[in-house]
Design a protein around this ligand. Structure first.
Ligand SMILES: *Cc1c(COP(=O)(O)O)cnc(C)c1O
Length: 370
């Protein structure tokens, strides 16, 4: 395999674009002498809460911790079951295990790759406490249907919004429709820090208070610990960087949608390829096609030989990971997706010429172009 000349993601254009703002923000934090939480994090929490349209936003260490603290704040733990998707990053389920609860998988809707709300009801048991949908690839899950089931059975809803910062569902921001929303600021996410970071959002005052305590060793007041918590705080440098980036996120997400529309225009009707739906509220953390007929890996190799990097999110559905070693067949849609998905290069400033090169290489790989 030749070294890629077209990466799946290029984070440098936004660094260049906002270089002076980053320098000023970093200098401000260094001179403030306040490096963990403090005024910079508080300012970011206010700004991001306003952007998302939510009462409380609490900065934490990572998206994984955002999920763990959300579950703990909702008092979900040993003996409880949480319904989630088997087609996601492992952290979604890992967080459920880390609080001592059990993930119960429900297969995905093959069109959206998200948790299929029609299959939730049959997975509910007396132990079920919550539903944890993931807005995969930046496409919101079917929240109306999920919230309807949750309401009917008195379940909590925690949204894994790691891949969907700024996505919109029914006029509201993804992450603000359920009881709690968990976000990641891992550098490759749509709103990425330059290190680890995460966020919990909620309109519930008590849940917010518990998350604030949990991130600081279970204490409201320093050295007066009331519960067993974590050291999971957003640091001031990352908050300062996120404050520089936040005002640009809608423009960047719109640019990602434009990339998706352009790919679709070039790949529409190509035999053996399924292209994603594009809607105004989607934020295309990934642009993911299906390659049918067992040809995904061959197409991937063909592109790699042309110096085009691609990714497979995710090659193994969670229930098939070595950590569980469940036999195949239980969640057929998730398994089929894992064998067919291919994510093409996408970032807001992806040059149209590069996009054309990628799309034409895909057409060539499946034999629709000589
Ligand atoms: C990235 C991601 C996470 C974890 O976020 P980290 O900040 O890396 O801990 C959780 N869930 C999903 C769906 C993700 O994509």
């Amino acid at each position: 395999m030749e070294r890629s000349k077209i990466p799946v993601l290029d984070l440098t254009p936004e660094v260049e674009e906002l270089w002076e703002d980053f320098q000023a923000a970093i200098a401000r934090v260094l001179r403030s002498g306040q490096f963990i939480l403090g005024p910079e994090v508080e300012a970011f929490e206010r700004e991001v809460a306003e952007y998302l349209g939510v009462k409380h936003a609490i900065g934490v260490n990572s998206g994984t911790d955002a999920l763990v603290l959300s579950l703990r704040a909702l008092e979900i733990g040993p003996g409880d079951e949480v319904i989630t998707t088997p087609f996601t990053f492992f952290a979604t389920a890992e967080a459920i295990h880390l609080v001592g609860a059990t993930p119960v998988y429900v297969d995905i809707d093959p069109e959206s790759f998200n948790l299929d709300p029609k299959r939730i009801e049959e997975a509910i048991t007396p132990r079920t406490r919550a539903i944890l949908p993931v807005h995969l690839y930046g496409r919101p899950a079917d929240m109306d249907a999920i919230l309807a089931v949750a309401r009917a059975y008195g379940l909590k809803v925690i949204e894994d919004t790691a891949q969907a910062f700024g996505a919109v569902v029914g006029g509201k921001k993804a992450g603000t429709l359920g009881d709690v929303g968990a976000f990641s600021f891992f550098p490759s996410k749509n709103l990425g820090a330059y290190g680890d970071g995460g966020l919990v959002v909620t309109d519930d005052d008590e849940v917010a208070e518990r998350v604030r305590m949990l991130r600081a060793h279970g204490s409201r007041k320093k050295y007066f610990n009331e519960m067993i918590g974590y050291n999971s705080r957003l640091d001031a440098l990352q908050a300062a960087i996120l404050r520089v980036k936040l005002p640009h996120i809608d423009r960047w997400n719109a640019a990602r949608r434009l990339v998706a529309r352009r790919y679709n225009a070039l790949l529409e009707g190509v035999p053996g390829i399924v292209i994603p739906d594009v809607q105004e509220g989607y934020v295309f953390h990934q642009y993911t096609i299906r390659v049918l007929g067992g040809k995904r890996d061959a197409v991937r190799r063909f592109l790699a030989d042309r110096g085009i990097a691609t990714m497979v999110y995710y090659p193994v559905p969670l229930h098939r990971l070595p950590v569980y070693s469940t036999p195949p067949g239980e969640f057929p849609e998730a398994e089929r997706a894992a064998s067919e998905v291919l994510s093409l290069p996408i970032w807001p400033k992806l040059p149209p010429a590069v996009l054309h090169e990628v799309a034409h290489a895909v057409r060539e790989a499946v034999g629709s172009e000589e």
